[in-house]
Design a protein around this ligand. Sequence first.
Ligand code: HEC
Ligand code: HEC
Length: 209
Amino acid sequence: MKLVTKLGLGLAVTSFIVFIGCSQAQPTYSEESLGLRKVDLYTENTVMPEETKYNKASPSSSKTIARAFQDAPPMIPHDTEGMLPITVNNNQCVSCHAPEVAPSLGALPYPKSHMINFRPDTHLAKDGKIVKNGKEIDNTSSEKLEYVTIKNINKLSGARFNCSQCHAPQSEGELVGNTFQPDFTNKDGMKKSSWTGSKLTEGLDTLME
Ligand code: HEC
Ligand code: HEC
């Protein structure tokens, strides 16, 4: 489109909006229609939050919850009574989800990504520059992911030890409706991770190569 035509169109649209704006009364909003509590601001302290209702079914008798999107960390479907907080000496999650035991218990083992070190070997050079994987670099947050390391360590990575940092139980009830429709890139993406360990963006189409 030529610039002149674009300008003309812009002007026409602006004057149309100004015209509409002047010819209609300003819309008003009641306090009750704002926010999630749906009461006026002076009585909002009377609002009771919805009760938190985590699933009480014990492991092996719960039903897994569909993943929110491809390779989302799955929600914990079973009771976690007595398992949290996870401490250095007490991580019951591992005792059931470690690959050696999980299949016999009917649980999914923690996936390959949890047994990988993604952190590049990083140190400061004498000249103060940051060295990642033996290479001096200027930009530590490159979007090309060239400094991400994929190093197989064949055991649970320390970065994954605190399971509840990423996996949470799911309470029943809905505060806010959710209309998000996931578009799984893998056929069984609703109940299984897809990353197999060769390429960071494997199975995802949210990152450009
Ligand atoms: C006694 C064994 C046991 C323990 C302890 C345990 N789990 Fe589980 N977990 C299971 C089983 C079995 C399932 C499969 C669902 C079922 O059968 O109840 C499961 C399912 C899950 C899932 C869902 C996976 C999917 O496919 O969607 C997640 C996430 C999970 N557990 C995380 C945890 C975390 C985090 C902890 C520690 C707080 C933990 N589990 C402790 C046995 C266990
Ligand atoms: C830093 C975040 C993080 C931590 C910590 C973490 N997970 Fe995960 N977990 C994820 C993500 C993200 C996925 C899905 C993508 C993938 O496979 O990596 C996942 C997937 C899983 C799955 C499903 C595997 C499958 O094949 O579908 C299980 C089971 C699981 N984690 C268990 C655990 C347990 C047990 C721990 C603690 C020992 C743990 N996770 C710690 C982020 C985490």
